[in-house]
Ligand binder design. Structure first.
Ligand SMILES: Nc1ncnc2c1ncn2[C@@H]1O[C@H](COP(=O)(O)OP(=O)(O)OP(=O)(O)O)[C@@H](O)[C@H]1O
Ligand SMILES: [Mg+2]
Length: 259
């Protein structure tokens, strides 16, 4: 048995670079994502966060560098390979089927059948109920089409699906950006419960307080480079804020900027 408290790396990136024409979106990025931990990436608009996530979810191929998933080396991933290796990405638009209910979405593509061909709705509802209860997700009526649910509930369904379908790394892109206070508190609560259930979580957020609240380790990206790698328990929110803004130039005219 693995000791859940041991730091075990699920995925790592070594010297990943990616350019789009003349734009160096990522430059020699090296990063580890540990099991049972929440890792965050913070950085300004255009610093390369989404590009990094797309490399991990297999929709963009890096120009150079290596990707290790549970010690297997890859030059690049495809969406299919990333999914098979246990990487689930919860994008902001969530990729849910708005016309299906909660259960229909949790089991999308993995429906339970009886006698080999009849959909076993009853069993899928029971499983969904159990899963949501276990994750402390509050959705009063499971037969509501998810298009009618709130943003936070929809995100919970997307996370629930990744968990139910056996994923190991859950990547969240700005998970609470469009949520109110109550919803984002619930979302943070759900995200925070994932490491103890054995998941690795990678989160992108502009919200420094959210990052500080929920993450264990924080990578700071600037112009495509990792400029800092911070253990949460070694800094205060104020120090983190300072370290993030350290690289930003505090001037408006080029002639006045000091490098
Ligand atoms: N397909 C593309 N073609 C050309 N340039 C791109 C492409 N994708 C990203 N870029 C550029 O690469 C850089 C990094 O973009 P990326 O989307 O990774 O940033 P980000 O950190 O996610 O920003 P934001 O916080 O605004 O979402 C930017 O300068 C962007 O304009
Ligand atoms: Mg982005």
């Amino acid at each position: 048995m693995e000791d859940p408290k041991e730091n075990i790396v699920f995925a790592s990136l070594k010297n990943i670079s990616k350019s789009f024409g003349k734009v160096n979106a990522l430059k020699n990025v090296t990063m580890e994502i540990e099991k049972n931990k929440i890792t965050a990436i913070v950085g300004d608009n255009g610093s390369g966060k989404s590009t990094l996530i797309k490399i991990l979810s297999g929709t963009i191929r890096p120009d150079s560098g290596s990707i290790y998933i549970e010690d297997n080396l890859y030059k690049y991933l495809t969406p299919k390979l990333a999914y098979e290796k246990g990487i689930a990405t919860v994008y902001q638009d969530l990729a849910l089927d708005n016309f299906r209910d909660v259960t229909g979405n949790i089991f999308l593509g993995k429906e339970i059948t009886k006698f080999g061909f009849i959909l076993d709705y009853e069993k899928m509802y029971r499983e969904t109920e159990f899963l949501l209860k276990n994750l402390n997700i509050n959705i009063p009526y499971l037969k509501t089409p998810v298009g009618y649910l709130s943003g936070g509930q929809r995100q919970s369904v997307a996370i629930g699906r990744a968990i139910y379908q056996g994923k190991k790394l859950i990547i969240l892109d700005e998970p609470t950006a469009a949520m109110g206070v109550k919803e984002s508190t619930a979302a943070n609560h759900l995200i925070k419960s994932l490491p103890d259930k054995g998941f690795a979580v990678l989160i992108i957020s502009h919200d420094i307080y959210q990052v500080f609240d929920i993450s264990d380790r924080i990578f700071i990206l600037e112009h495509g480079e990792v400029v800092d790698d911070v253990m949460k328990n070694q800094v205060t929110p104020q120090e983190l804020r300072e370290r993030i803004s350290l690289g930003a130039k505090n001037c408006l005219r080029e002639s006045e900027c000091i490098d």
